[in-house]
Design a protein around this ligand. Structure first.
Ligand SMILES: NC(=O)c1ccc[n+]([C@@H]2O[C@H](COP(=O)([O-])OP(=O)(O)OC[C@H]3O[C@@H](n4cnc5c(N)ncnc54)[C@H](O)[C@@H]3O)[C@@H](O)[C@H]2O)c1
Length: 308
């Protein structure tokens, strides 16, 4: 392979991202974690799966950032999950420290990489990686909207008994309780779902989408979702590596778009070889815009706590 993707954090999301990139033969993969042995063991296991999958991706697990040198893309999934007794702010501070130190190391070894951030709280962690890396906004992009819209697509397809491939869904805003699913821009074979489903059904889908992460956390008991989050991150990685110019909802550093400045918020962007190649501005109704601004305000609160 002449492309290299590093995945920081070899937990549930990180290892699943690494597996998918190797299975799809998109690039060589380096899997890094602070845990001793674990990333090496998982990396070796993944390498040994490659002959069966017919993939010539080379996979390496490591604790050493030197192995990540000259990566084209670095996916950051390192972080703690919330533990009992830990407030949201405690988690924010912990993951802030982790993402800050990870970004410093990544930048030293891969100064030209594109960063795809996954660690939560997502939009605030994007802001940390952006400020610490000093990369242009084109090269620091957050994964949330692809996941949230995939959840919405799954619910639409199930409700209407149609192929997921016919569905398209738009979710804007921060990754959290204040996300803004947009039914008007969500379609089945090009037909807005507002023409196919009752208001009650759409409201239920929107509510389930916004609570999609919490629904899985509750079912699992410990830990959070990782299959769909990893698929979402890999869709972004693939769009960049293949220069697809794919329009996907991602967290982007806004500089006046949608009336928001100096803040990461989820909006539709074009992803290609240069990373974020364009921010797409769509027309919003007053209600939709108010919801987006409220969501941005929630992100701003977190960013102010960590002074980013
Ligand atoms: N953006 C999204 O939509 C989305 C979706 C799912 C999960 N997440 C977030 O992704 C992160 C990872 O989730 P997970 O389920 O894989 O968690 P996990 O606990 O399974 O894995 C996290 C890994 O990070 C590692 N780590 C901690 N500090 C590190 C450091 N300084 N350097 C390198 N590695 C370090 C840990 O050792 C662990 O292996 C969490 O913050 C989670 O909230 C985000």
């Amino acid at each position: 392979m002449n492309r290299k993707v590093t995945v920081i954090g070899s937990g549930h999301v990180g290892e699943t991202v690494a597996r998918s990139i190797a299975d799809k033969e998109l690039a060589d993969v380096v899997l890094l974690d602070i845990l001793e042995g674990v990333p090496m063991g998982k990396g070796l296991d993944l390498l040994e799966a490659c002959p069966i999958e017919g993939s010539d991706s080379r996979v390496l697990g490591t604790n050493d950032y030197a192995d990540t040198a000259k990566s084209d893309i670095v996916v950051i999934t390192a972080g703690l999950a919330r533990k009992p007794g830990m407030s949201r702010d405690d988690l924010l501070m912990k993951n802030f420290e982790i993402v800050k130190s990870v970004t410093e190391q990544v930048v030293k070894h891969s100064p030209n990489a594109i960063l795809v951030i996954v660690s939560n709280p997502l939009d605030a962690m994007c802001q940390v990686a952006y400020r610490v890396s000093k990369f242009p906004r084109e090269r620091v992009i957050g994964m949330a909207g692809v996941l949230d819209s995939a959840r919405m697509r799954a619910f639409i397809a199930t409700e209407l008994n149609v192929s997921v491939e016919n569905t398209h869904a738009f979710v804007l805003g921060g990754h959290g309780d204040t996300m803004v699913p947009l039914p008007r821009y969500s379609t089945v074979a090009g037909i807005p779902i507002t023409e196919l489903l009752s208001k009650e059904k759409i409201d239920a889908i929107v509510k389930r989408t916004a609570g999609g992460g919490a629904e899985i956390v509750k079912l699992l008991g410990t830990g959070s979702a990782y299959y769909a989050p990893a698929s979402a991150a890999v869709e972004m990685v693939e769009a960049i590596l293949k220069d697809k110019k794919k329009i996907l909802p991602c967290a982007a550093f806004l500089q006046g778009e949608y009336g928001i400045r100096d803040l990461y918020v989820g909006v539709p962007v074009k992803l290609g070889a240069k990373g974020l190649e364009q921010i797409i501005e769509i027309k919003l109704t007053d209600d939709e815009n108010a919801a987006l601004q409220k969501s941005a305000a929630a992100v701003k609160e977190l960013v102010e706590i960590i002074k980013m």
